[in-house]
Design a protein around this ligand. Structure first.
Ligand code: GLN
Length: 446
C-alpha cells in the first residue's frame, strides 16, 4: 500500500486522475488485514483499487465531479465497493470523471482535466477518464467505472487497456449516483482480460437493494480463459466500419478479424441497420432519465447550497444554477423538454421505439453468431480542448458504444494496435449474460 501511494504521488501530478486520495484509510485497511489468514476467499487481498467518483464510499468524499456535491461525504458504501472490500481490496482513492458521467473526454469535470496516459496533450476519454488513465499509467491494477453510453469502453480504448461493461442487471447499481437508470452499468478498467474476469467474479450478482439485478448464478469468469475459440462464429457489422470511422482504425479492426480467423473462428460481415438512429435515441432517453434523477439535487438534501437566497424557490434555482455545469444543464433541459406533455410522443416515445428496433437488430445477429466485433471508437484519442465547444461532434464519438447500452448487452474493449502512436480499441459485444464468451475470446486474442 505504501508503494502504491509513492507511485501515485510520482505519476499522478502529470495525469490528474485522482480527485480524492484515501491514503490514511487505505493504510489502516491494509494494516488490519491478517496476512497469515489470507485465503482463497479473499482474491483481492491487499490489492489497491480505484473507484470512479460517482460511486459512493462511506466516509470518503464522493463528488460525481460536480460542484453540487463538492463536499459530499456519503454515509454508506455502494454494493460494489462493499464487495471489493470484502474480497480484500484496498480503496486507494476516487477517480475523476465528466460531471455526473456526462461526457466523453473527462473535460466536463468541475475540478480538473485528466490527461491521456500515452499523450498528455490528449483526452483520456470519458466519462471514466480518471479510472482509465490511472490504470493505464501504472498507478493501479484495477479501477471501477460506469458505462451508460460507452464510458468504460471508450476511455479503455483511448488508453490502450481492457474495459468491461457487463450486461445490464449483472452488477448492482446500489450506491451508484444515477445518470440514466435504464442504461447505467458498473464495470472494470484493467490491464489484462484476466483481471477483468477476476473483478467480475467479485462484483457480479443479485442484490436485494437493486431490483434490476438478475437473480442468476455468478459463474467463475476465469473458467474459460485459455480455451480455444476454434469454430466460434463472429459477426462484423458493416455499419461499424462505415462513415465517420477513421480508415486507419478500421484497418486495425480488419487485422483483428484476420487474427480471429487464424485462431480458428469465422468472421462474417453482417448488418445492424438501425445503428444510425442510436445516438439521437440515446440522447433523448439518457437525458430524460437524467432530468428526473437529478431532481434530488435541490440545495436542501445534499451538498452545495447557494448563498444569500431570498426564499425556497431561490434556494432551488440558484443552487442548481450555480452547482451544475454547462453539459449537465444542457441534458436537464433536453430531457425535461422530451418528457413534457406536448412533446413526449414525438420524442421520448419515438426514442423508446427505436431502442426496441436496435435490440432486435442484435437479437437477429445473435441467432447465428457467438459475438460481434468492431471498433470501440471511430477515432483514437483527440486533443484536449478540440471538441469542448461542439457537443454534437463529441456525442458522435459514442456511435459504436451506445447501441450496446440501449440493448443492455455485455461488451469489452481490448487493445488492438496503434494508429500514429495512439492505442486503438477493439470492441467485442456479446449475448446477454454471456460475458464468459467475450472474456474467453478476448483472452485468446490477447
Ligand atoms: N459519452 C456518453 C454521454 O455523454 C456516455 C457517457 C457514459 O457512458 N456515462 O452520455
Amino acid at each position: 500500500t505504501e508503494q502504491t501511494f509513492a507511485e501515485i504521488k510520482r505519476i499522478d501530478p502529470e495525469i490528474d486522475a485522482f480527485l480524492t486520495l484515501n491514503e490514511d484509510g487505505a493504510k489502516q485497511a491494509a494494516a488490519a488485514q491478517d496476512v497469515a489468514g489470507i485465503a482463497a476467499d479473499k482474491p483481492f487481498a491487499g490489492v489497491p483499487v480505484g473507484i470512479k467518483d460517482n460511486i459512493v464510499t462511506k466516509g470518503l468524499k464522493t463528488t460525481a465531479a460536480s460542484k453540487i456535491l463538492g463536499n459530499f461525504v456519503p454515509i454508506y458504501d455502494a454494493t460494489v465497493v462493499e464487495k471489493l472490500q470484502a474480497a480484500g481490496a484496498i480503496i486507494a482513492g476516487k477517480l475523476n470523471l465528466d460531471e455526473f458521467a456526462m461526457g466523453s473526454s473527462t473535460e466536463n469535470s468541475a475540478f480538473k482535466t485528466t490527461k491521456n496516459a500515452w499523450d498528455h496533450t490528449k483526452v483520456p476519454g470519458g466519462s471514466s477518464g480518471g479510472s482509465a488513465a490511472a490504470v493505464a499509467s501504472g498507478q493501479l491494477p484495477m479501477a471501477l467505472g460506469t458505462d451508460t453510453g460507452g464510458s468504460i469502453r471508450q476511455p479503455a480504448a483511448f488508453n490502450g487497456i481492457v474495459g468491461l461493461k457487463p450486461t445490464y442487471g449483472r452488477v448492482s447499481r446500489w450506491g451508484v449516483i444515477a445518470f440514466a437508470s435504464s442504461l447505467d452499468v458498473v464495470g472494470s478498467l484493467t490491464r489484462t482480460v484476466r483481471d477483468a474476469a477476476l473483478t467480475l467474479n467479485v462484483i457480479a450478482g443479485h442484490d436485494d437493494k437493486d431490483a434490476t439485478t438478475a437473480d442468476l448464478d455468478v459463474p467463475d469468469y476465469t473458467a474459460k480463459l485459455g480455451q480455444s475459440i476454434r469454430g466460434m462464429k463472429i459477426a462484423l457489422p458493416e455499419e461499424y466500419l462505415g462513415e465517420g470511422v477513421d480508415a486507419a482504425v478500421a484497418d486495425q479492426v480488419k487485422k483483428a478479424a484476420e487474427q480471429f480467423r487464424a485462431l480458428g473462428a469465422t468472421v462474417d460481415t453482417v448488418s445492424l441497420p438501425h445503428t444510425k438512429y442510436a445516438v439521437p435515441a440515446y440522447y433523448i432517453i439518457a437525458s430524460s432519465e437524467a432530468s428526473s434523477n437529478l431532481q434530488r439535487f435541490d440545495g436542501i438534501r445534499y451538498g452545495f447550497r447557494a448563498k444569500d437566497v431570498k426564499n425556497l424557490d431561490d434556494v432551488y434555482v440558484r443552487s442548481r444554477s450555480e452547482g451544475f455545469g454547462r453539459e449537465v444543464k444542457r441534458r436537464i433541459m433536453l430531457g425535461t423538454f422530451s418528457l413534457s406533455a406536448g412533446f413526449y410522443d414525438a420524442y421520448f416515445k419515438k426514442a423508446a421505439q427505436v431502442r426496441t428496433l436496435i435490440s432486435r437488430d442484435f437479437d437477429k445477429v445473435f441467432e447465428d453468431y457467438d459475438f460481434i466485433i468492431g471498433p470501440t471508437t471511430p477515432t483514437t484519442a483527440f486533443k484536449i480542448g478540440s471538441k469542448v465547444t461542439d457537443p454534437l461532434t463529441m456525442y458522435m464519438n459514442d456511435i459504436l458504444t451506445i447501441p450496446v447500452n440501449l440493448a443492455g448487452l455485455p461488451a469489452l474493449s481490448i487493445p488492438a494496435g496503434f494508429v500514429d502512436g495512439m492505442p486503438v480499441g477493439l470492441q467485442l459485444i456479446g449475448k446477454q449474460f454471456d460475458e464468459q464468451t467475450l472474456l474467453q475470446a478476448a483472452d485468446a486474442f490477447e
